[in-house]
Design a protein around this ligand. Structure first.
Ligand code: FAD
Length: 412
């Protein structure tokens, strides 16, 4: 794939129109007010039939599971072209939304990609029916909680949240922080360690439980104040003796006998997160370049448009290089999906590392091109620069991506 097909361009144009009508007029409220992103995202889903498509795909998968058929995890059926269109139809809204509000994509991605994704990959058929369908259609908001005040990069090693088994029940305790959608989530995947006597804390089984809003002992904080990404509410979760049955343990009884418990499931989730970042970065870079070009043509200093100065041209040219690279990474993601393949963990990490850095560099250079105006909230590059920074932190920091890539290279 070397360019968007005609049908993909049509989708992109339609999504752009939706964003012009529904998102752009509300950016101020989303970014500087208290408007949560969910109703606009639901409207996006219903306008483009994304909710009905997700429901139909989900029902088909569940029916197949009930008939005892092996579900195809890596490809969603159809010929390569239709699979490419399906992958593009998922990535195009991410790119386009990130031109305005990367936070909206974070809120949507965590709910659909991470929370529903975790339930779909590790849940029993019953658990999928109970929680995943409403998350996939955005009827419900989901949160995926692994990070704790004392454990971020070393997510499993430093994890303190625990599940104590009492007969057929578990008693959950612990706290989580920086949780996207935490304040609003209807459904939360809570990742913790099984209390196992005589087993070192670092080696204990990792378990994933599904929690509903309002369960006794389960508290969801309000939104934390942060540097950017204001259209994505982020919060803390507190669990104090939350009692749950086996029905809320993802995978049920079988999860207890899997070596390491849910470590592999969470790793799969990291991979999903990482590969989505290229599309987010592309949206940010594309918009920053568009705005920078406009400003470079219009802004006059020393009696010439600043775009005539080589130092500004150098910035614009580098932005275009980043845009092309990111677009190629997105095309590669689509190609892989079309052929039912996924990236290796190291490849997804490399893509995430490059994309996050490119987005931050381009957005900061856009601020520089705008000069004093770039530092003012009135100009959108200021917001995009603050928003871009998070790409180097969440879904694994830059340093952690480097570690994953190097480990893979050295092991080969
Ligand atoms: C806006 C936002 C949304 C988020 N959403 C979620 C969510 O929905 N769910 C969730 O579970 N988490 C979420 N997170 C948490 C995020 O994944 C963590 O912040 C991230 O993994 C880093 O962990 P930390 O903040 O504890 O930093 P730390 O791990 O404490 O890292 C501090 C610094 O040390 C570096 N460092 C750590 N270990 C090494 C090493 N071995 N070698 C070299 N350098 C190292 C890091 O790279 C970083 O620079 C979110 C975070 C943010 C900011």
């Amino acid at each position: 794939m070397h360019e968007w097909s005609e049908s993909q361009q049509m989708i992109r144009d339609a999504v752009r129109r939706f964003i012009d009508d529904e998102v752009a007029p509300q950016v101020e409220e989303l970014e500087h007010g208290d408007l949560p992103p969910y109703d606009i995202l639901r409207k996006l889903y219903s306008t483009f039939g994304m909710d009905e498509m997700a429901r139909a795909r989900f029902r088909k998968q569940i029916e197949a599971e009930k008939r005892g058929e092996e579900t195809k995890k890596k490809s969603s059926g159809g010929d390569p072209e239709s699979r490419a269109d399906q992958a593009a139809a998922t990535l195009i809204p991410i790119i386009e939304l990130c031109r305005y509000c990367p936070g909206m994509v974070t809120a949507m991605g965590v709910s659909v990609g991470l929370t529903a994704g975790a339930i779909l990959s590790k849940g029993t058929t019953e658990q999928k029916e109970r929680w995943a369908e409403k998350l996939l259609t955005l009827e419900h908001v989901g949160a995926w909680a692994i990070t704790e005040p004392g454990s971020g990069s070393d997510a499993f090693g430093g994890m303190r949240s625990s599940a104590r088994r009492e007969g057929d029940e578990f008693v959950l305790n612990g706290s989580k922080t920086f949780i996207t959608n935490g304040p609003h989530a209807d459904t939360t995947v809570f990742i913790c360690k099984l209390e196992e006597e005589g087993v070192d804390l670092r080696d204990r089984k990792i378990l994933n439980f599904v929690l509903d809003r309002g369960m006794p002992g389960f508290e969801q904080s309000g939104a934390l104040r942060k540097m950017g990404l204001h259209s994505s509410p982020t919060g803390e979760l507190f669990l104090s003796d939350v009692r749950v049955g086996m029905d809320r343990l993802l995978g049920g009884e079988a999860a207890l006998s899997r070596a390491g418990g849910g470590r592999e499931s969470a790793k799969g989730t990291f991979q999903t997160e990482r590969s989505g970042v290229a599309a987010m970065a592309l949206g940010i870079v594309d918009r920053c370049l568009e705005l920078s070009l406009k400003y470079a043509r219009e802004r006059v200093q020393f009696e010439r448009p600043i775009g005539e100065y080589q130092l500004i041209q150098d910035k614009l040219a580098r932005m275009e290089v980043a845009r092309m690279n990111l677009q190629n990474l997105v095309f590669r993601t689509i190609e892989l999906s079309a052929h039912g393949k996924t990236m290796t963990f190291a490849e997804a990490s490399a893509m995430k590392l490059y994309s996050a850095r490119a987005a931050v560099e381009v957005a900061m250079e856009a601020v520089q091109i705008y000069g004093g105006n770039g530092y003012m909230s009135e100009y959108v590059v200021e917001q995009l620069a603050r928003d871009a920074k998070v790409l180097q932190i969440y879904a694994g920091t830059d340093e952690i991506q480097i570690r994953a890539i190097a480990k893979d290279l050295l092991a080969a």
